[in-house]
Design a protein around this ligand. Structure first.
Ligand SMILES: Cc1cc2nc3c(=O)[nH]c(=O)nc-3n(C[C@H](O)[C@H](O)[C@H](O)COP(=O)(O)OP(=O)(O)OC[C@H]3O[C@@H](n4cnc5c(N)ncnc54)[C@H](O)[C@@H]3O)c2cc1C
Length: 440
């Protein structure tokens, strides 16, 4: 396989990498996206995460640009869910839109290919060749063997900051004890009677966490062991529901032995969850498990040490930065590292307490995308430079699209202007992002 030299190589094709690739290629630079799976989407498709987190602050749209384009394109082809938690701070069609992973995979293919970027599937970035803080090339592995690819700029959108780690960049990992948020193997069921479920939901006020059904099961001592709640249900197609349900605690996702144990443990829990759904959720009596995620969903691993670390204090102060490249408003949503600490449905949970009032938001500075000490690397997605609390907000997909779009656009401007990333005029970047529909 012959590959030319590129202006930008993007490692990882999740929400961040997809947006970075499309933004860069649309701005006219030679862009290569490298993805280890056989399709794009990251956690949305590879872990079957059932829905997109809110695109609004409960009042206004806060995520535009490529992220919004993806959402609208997916909705056009997909199913309009009749189930919607009728909470006052949600806007229908923009907040918690269910994902049909098969449609989404195709939407991503079409958008990325139309942008003019080149994509390599089934290919992993395994090494970086760097000198004096500049990455000259990356090593990739695929069935054909090992190859080395040169580029002017690189974007780390691996969700684990792999390229930062491979280039000797600094990062933090998990909490003070080296533990990360629990992982979840999401799954989809067919033969789900949506009409019956909707009748039940209207009558009981059942919500997206199935709190009514869960309480009944808990009172009867029949809630799945090792679980405190259902993290989410989404009606994804006629007769098909997706679940973010079940946690695996205390594993190290960057170690293959531990990750294997987590996959096995997560799968072994599904029959118990199915029994709960069959017995306690009207409409799910005859539901059949049709798939679990090809990969267990990972909420957390590395966070880069960047030129600016976004913190909980910034979140609390609704901080607006001079070099803002995105705005967002999602609460601090950190799943526990241990079962004993899990408290997802309580009114005192961090998620509930941190919620903004409608219309409030914070911003993400460009500096949080720049790893200290590496001159030609930009990072986007859940691993940007934040403290652990703040990561609980920026880790969700709409924010990852936004940081990805900023990363790809910045690389394109640097190529056009023939300049280093740190010399880029952030006002120029902001102007272009706004022109592309981003909301800063
Ligand atoms: C169980 C669970 C539930 C969630 N629920 C929601 C939700 O309801 N709504 C929401 O919006 N968000 C949700 N999230 C969060 C969100 O899905 C992720 O945080 C988000 O997808 C991160 O985007 P990313 O692009 O940074 O990384 P990822 O989505 O992880 O994508 C990274 C991509 O890089 C690829 N990759 C990794 N390493 C390499 C390498 N070395 N070489 C080549 N390719 C590589 C991976 O295969 C993957 O495709 C959830 C997450 C989990 C785990």
């Amino acid at each position: 396989m012959r590959l030319n030299e590129f202006d930008l190589v993007v490692a990882g094709g999740g929400p961040a990498g997809i947006a970075a690739t499309i933004a860069a290629a649309r701005n006219g630079i030679r862009t290569l996206l490298i993805e280890q799976a056989g399709y794009l989407g990251g956690m949305a498709t590879n872990a079957l995460v059932p829905a997109f987190c809110p695109y609004t602050d409960g009042h206004n749209l806060v995520i535009g640009g490529i992220g919004l384009e993806v959402l609208e394109k997916m909705k056009k082809e997909g199913y309009e869910s009749p189930f919607y938690d009728n909470k006052p701070d949600r806007i229908r069609g923009l907040d918690w839109v269910p994902i049909d992973a098969e449609i989404l995979k195709r939407v991503f293919d079409e958008l990325v290919i139309a942008s003019g970027a080149q994509v390599l599937f089934h290919t992993t970035v395994t090494g970086a060749n760097y000198k004096e803080g500049v990455i000259e090339s990356v090593d990739i592995h695929h069935k054909g063997g090992k190859q080395t690819i040169k580029a002017h700029f690189f974007a780390d959108c691996t969700g684990d900051a792999d390229l930062v780690a491979l280039s000797g960049g600094a990062y933090e990992y998990g909490d003070a004890n080296g533990l990360v948020q629990a992982g979840t193997l999401c799954f989809r069921v067919a033969n789900f009677d949506s009409d019956r479920f909707m009748k039940y939901a209207r009558e009981t006020g059942e919500d997206g966490n199935l709190n009514v059904a869960s309480k009944k099961a808990r009172d009867a001592g029949e809630f799945p062991t090792g679980e405190k709640n259902v993290a989410g249900i989404a009606l994804q197609a006629d007769g098909v529901a997706g679940f973010n349900f079940g946690h695996v605690y205390d594993f190290y996702p960057l170690d293959a032995v531990d990750l294997t144990r987590a996959e096995v443990e997560a799968r072994s829990k599904i029959p118990q969850m199915m029994r709960f759904l069959h017995k306690y959720v009207p409409g799910a009596e005859k539901a059949v498990l049709v798939s679990s995620g090809p990969h267990i969903g990972l909420r957390e691993s590395r966070r880069i040490v960047g030129e600016y670390q976004l913190t909980k204090e910034d979140y609390d102060n609704r901080r607006v930065f001079e070099d803002a490249i995105a705005r967002y408003a999602y609460p601090i949503d950190r799943h526990a590292v241990r079962l004993e600490e899990a408290d997802y449905d309580s009114q005192n949970s961090e998620y509930v307490i941190s919620k903004y009032k409608r219309g409030e938001y914070y911003t993400i500075p460009f500096r949080s995308l720049l790893p200290k000490g590496i001159k030609n690397l930009i990072v986007a997605g859940r691993t940007i430079s934040t403290d652990r609390a703040m990561m609980g907000s920026v880790r969700v997909m709409p924010a990852c699209f936004a940081t990805g779009e900023a990363a790809g656009t910045a690389a394109a401007l640097c190529i056009k202007n023939d300049q280093e990333i740190r010399d880029l005029d952030t006002k120029e970047l902001q102007k272009v992002l706004i022109k592309q529909g981003a909301i800063l």
